[in-house]
Each structure stands twice: as C-alpha cells, then as structure tokens.
Design a binder for this molecule. Sequence first.
Ligand SMILES: [Zn+2]
Ligand SMILES: [Zn+2]
Length: 283
Amino acid sequence: MLTTVTAGPYTIRGVSVGGVYTSLAVPELQLVFDAGISPRSAGAIDTILLSHGHADHIGALPAMLGIRGLSGKQKPPRVVMPAEIVDDLRAALGALSKLQRYPLEIEAIGMNPGDEITLRGDLRVRAVRTFHPVPSLAYIVTRRVSKLRPDLVGLAGPEIAARRRAGEEVSEHEDRIELAYATDTLVSVLDHSPELLKARVLIMECTFLDERKTLEAARAGCHIHLDEVIERAEKFENEHIVMMHLSQLYRPDEVAGILDARVPPALRAKIIPFTPRGSHWPG
Ligand SMILES: [Zn+2]
Ligand SMILES: [Zn+2]
C-alpha cells in the first residue's frame, strides 16, 4: 500500500494520488506531511503538518488520531496548519469526538506565511504562502548549524580556543534548508519563495504531466503542470525533487517515461517520481 523513496538522507514513505489522497512521512525528521490517508506507521510520529483543508489532505486525520490512540500514544500530536483553518478543524474534530465518545485531541498550531517555529532541537519549520483557492501553506524545514566564523578559518586551534576563553564569539549560525514540502499550488510559489529551490530535498506537487491536461486547465485548478517545471529547469538547485500528487490520468508505470522524454537531463536526474510499482495507484 505504501510507496517508499529515498532522497539523500531522507526516506519519504506514504501515499500520494492527486485529488484522491496524500500523506507522506519522513521518519528521519519525525514529520508527517498531510493526512489524506492514515497509514498505520504514521501513527508513531508526533508532528503532522497540514498544507490546507481539502479532504484529500486532511480527510483521514481523525483515523490517524485513532491509530495513535490504539498504539498507546498518550500525548496529543502537534498539528501545524494554516492559521485560518484552526477553528474549523477543531470544530470538526469536536463533532467526531462526540460521535465516537472518545476525544480526538490535538495540539493545534496555526501558522501564517513567514512564521517559524522550533520543531525540536536545532530543527525548525517556516511556513510560506502557496496559491490555492483555500488557505494553504508550504513548509520549509531548516536545521540550524553552528560553524566557525569565516574570518577565523585557517587560525590554529589553540588560538581559536584562546579567543573563545576571552569571551569572543567564534562561531556563527547558519540555517540549512533540509527539506521543503509544497503542494496544491500554482507554480508561482517557486517565484515568490525561491528558497524552495535551494532545499536539499524538495517534495513538490506536479499534478499534470502532458497534454492530457492543458496548462490552462491545470492553472485553473491551482496545480502545477510539468510544462511549468520545465520552463524553470535551470532554477532548481535542489539535490533531489520528489514529484508527488500526480494525477491518476497517468498510470504510475508511465510516469518515469514521460519525465525521461520531456525533462532536460540535468533536471531529470534530480527528480524522483513518487509512484508505486506497477500500473495501478493504491486503493
Ligand atoms: Zn490535493
Ligand atoms: Zn487542494
């Protein structure tokens, strides 16, 4: 049922079919992106980031919370989402809690574009605006690393240690963009938030791949078409691009061939299509 791909140091595991359901876990970061389907294994992860309120991205959140309950997780998970949908989601979970006479509790964190929170330790997440008919966000996960101040590089160790003892700040912080998640959006998200193009791993929707859906129709639904990715081929500095939220207009086993035929080789080498083996989408 689940598809697993490896992108650099990260495993991306889950299900993603455009308009049907999307939920992707990244176990190394202990994060789940979206809850359109509720894989059993996602119940072990304590932080869920929701891109927006469409059913194919949040419809299975109650089931995911139920699975957590079964596995004996005591603490409600942290659920990060666009600030505008917090009240509606709370109300929906309240109604479902009544239905099943069991509380579906979350720690809700509403974010606005530009907001940043600490996930744990040196790991942070920043929200950026996406372009969809409902309140929606992309997420940029950064790791704060400290490194020697550039003007001190080349100095001997004892000299640096002496300066540190004397109270000098010898290191500086750098926020490295480890992973970004952008789905259900016009491609203009890449122009408005070009830091997405620098993420080590970019998980990005590309719902439509060829003429079976016109560019105009893809834009009307606020989704990305492969034509628009190809137009920007030179701009992607990512090590890996996990292409997901693919439309079921395409069979999973034809996606790689379409990419091979259409995408310039340097960009194609970075793209990992998030597709199951075989000719059928899950479900
Ligand atoms: Zn969607
Ligand atoms: Zn949507």
